[in-house]
Design a binder for this molecule. Structure first.
Ligand code: SAM
Length: 219
């Protein structure tokens, strides 16, 4: 993806320097992706002026696009080399998927709210991103037909690691997930070693709930 010379390029640079690099993410490949992807296209037109600010934003349907630093942090924990097939649960705006598309081989992303999935698909198409596959459904079930995956990222808060996702992760693979209550979670990074998930707590975080069979109840 070429560096976009749009009116927001300076805001992106400031976001990368003050919110991402200054907080310890130094991987040049990741920083360069955040400099290129036009985050303002993934938020509602009336929110564009806030697209590069240091917090999540509403994308409608009671859902959010995550804070830029959280997107960068989760991406960093995935330790991508460019060869991986990645599964994302919670497409939302499509911004995290766009970031992953530049750092991995193929990205499969599942969203339960159809209009969000459709909107994300149209933005990714406009950006000529062709290695992201958007699926509408309950992502807590994973995507058995395309499994296993080298990396799995869940961008909604879950009570625990959904069993199907643990099963669909490749040996040596990494899974990143916020786990906790419906309102507050801890970011967990898990690596599959000899069939077992070795889990590490990274930091506190706040995500909207993962709703579904292996997530929270919809009510
Ligand atoms: N990654 C997104 C982005 O870059 O904009 C942000 C995701 S937002 C914090 C969480 C998303 O997870 C919402 O769009 C929500 O509809 C979705 N979601 C919640 N439960 C889900 C499920 N079981 N399957 C798929 N998507 C789900």
């Amino acid at each position: 993806m070429a560096i976009m010379k749009d009116a927001f390029a300076a805001y992106r640079e400031e976001m990368v320097n003050k919110q991402i690099w200054a907080r310890g993410i130094a991987d040049e490949k990741i920083l360069s992706v955040f400099r290129k992807i036009p985050r303002h296209l993934f938020v509602d037109e009336k929110e564009r002026g806030k697209a590069y600010s240091d917090h999540p934003l509403s994308i409608g349907y009671n859902q959010t696009i995550s804070q830029p630093y959280m997107v960068a942090l989760m991406t960093n924990h995935l330790n991508l080399t460019g060869k991986e097939r990645v599964l994302e649960i919670g497409t939302g705006s499509g911004y995290q998927a766009a970031v992953l598309s530049a750092l991995a081989k193929e990205v499969y992303t599942i969203e339960k709210i159809e209009p969000l999935a459709e909107k994300a698909a149209s933005i990714l198409k406009a950006l000529s991103i062709t290695n992201v596959h958007i699926i509408v459904g309950d992502g807590s079930l994973g995507l058995p037909k395309d499994a296993p995956f080298d990396r799995i990222i869940i961008t909604a808060g879950s009570p625990d690691i959904p069993l199907p996702l643990a099963e669909q992760l490749n040996e040596g693979g990494i899974l990143v997930i916020p786990i906790g209550t419906r309102h507050i979670q801890e970011l967990i990074v898990a690596r599959k070693e000899m069939g077992e998930l070795i889990k590490k707590k990274e930091c506190g975080c706040i995500f909207v709930p993962l709703l579904g069979k292996y997530g929270w109840d919809s009510n």
